[in-house]
Write a protein that binds this ligand. Structure first.
Ligand code: NAD
Ligand code: 0WE
Length: 253
């Protein structure tokens, strides 16, 4: 499905990362990948994973740094000369801001969460477009907390709302260059970003009880939709938020 396609994946921290499930599936479908890490601790975990999919494009990038973004795309430009797809699977908020009452969110916490979790998609897309003369597909990951007030998701919900809006504005801006921009809204999955979240286990249990499919979402569920959104199968789809959540968002009491 993706033979010869060159795809950048940001956000693999370990084997449980949503981005890792996607990277494996893209590799199985013939894509050539570049993977990025935010710091040395992540680099150590990433390199052996990259080897298992014979990927030797492992590059540093802290998305809160314009310099890092410039260096990353300059390096991709010289290694590949072009790019067919980007997977943006990055989010961060201070732990404190995922616990305190939302009304006590401080300015610095707001700035950091919105910068890393939402602005970064704009920064990445603006640079990626220059390597996509014949078009491409950009994909990000979001969560229901963007459109509903989920307990404790707090400032991340505001950041995801900005991210989902950015998907629409980027899709409108880049559509003329045949660059599509979409998001997957995934149901809760036990990853590094979910560890340390109070009562995450009970959230998973309640989710599986209430979701129409009566189970939790898997890395594989998300990877399948990611493959579709990065492939020509979705050639007419842009600016969308596709729910991969076992139907959870459609129900209410
Ligand atoms: P994860 O911890 O495996 O991935 C998050 C990644 O963000 C990590 O690789 C981390 O290194 C990276 N990151 C953080 N700050 C960064 C920075 N400044 N620069 C570059 N990278 C940075 O967790 P995950 O659950 O796979 O999260 C991936 C995406 O999926 C996130 O956008 C998250 O919001 C979204 N998501 C997760 C769930 C879930 O329940 N796990 C559900 C819906 C959406
Ligand atoms: O987007 C996320 C998690 C994002 C996240 C997680 C952390 C934990 C560690 C961002 N920043 C941090 N910072 C840290 O220091 N998800 C969709 C997973 C998630 O997080 C929740 C959830 C769900 C689901 C937080 C509260 C309630 C539900």
């Amino acid at each position: 499905m993706l033979a010869g396609k060159k795809i950048l994946v940001l956000g693999v921290a370990n084997q449980k990362s949503i981005a890792w499930g996607i990277a494996e599936r893209l590799h199985q479908n013939g894509a050539e990948l570049a993977l990025t890490y935010v710091n040395e601790a992540i680099e150590k975990r990433l390199r052996p994973l990259a080897e298992t999919i014979s990927c030797n494009n492992v590059l540093p990038c802290d998305v809160s740094s314009d310099q890092d973004l410039d260096n990353l795309f300059a390096e991709l430009g010289s290694r590949w000369g072009r790019l067919d797809g980007v997977v943006h699977s990055v989010a961060f908020a201070e732990q404190d801001d995922l616990k305190k009452p939302f009304s006590e969110t401080c300015r610095e916490g707001f700035k950091k969460a919105l910068d890393i979790s939402a602005y970064s998609l704009i920064g990445v897309s603006g640079r990626a477009k220059r390597l996509m003369p014949d078009g491409g597909s950009i994909l990000t990951l979001t969560y229901l907390g963007a459109v509903r007030a989920v307990p404790n998701y707090n400032i991340m919900g505001v950041a995801k709302a900005a991210l989902e809006s950015s998907v629409r504005y980027l899709a409108a801006d880049l559509g003329g260059q045949n660059i599509r921009v979409n998001a997957i809204s995934a149901g809760p999955i036990k990853t590094l970003a979910a560890s340390g979240i109070p009562q995450f286990k009970s959230l998973l249990a309640q989710f599986a009880e209430k979701a129409p499919l009566r189970r939790n979402v898997t890395q594989e569920d998300v990877a399948g939709t990611a493959l579709y959104l990065l492939s020509p199968l979705s050639s007419g789809v842009t600016g969308e938020v596709v729910y991969v959540d076992c139907g959870f968002n459609i129900i209410a009491m």
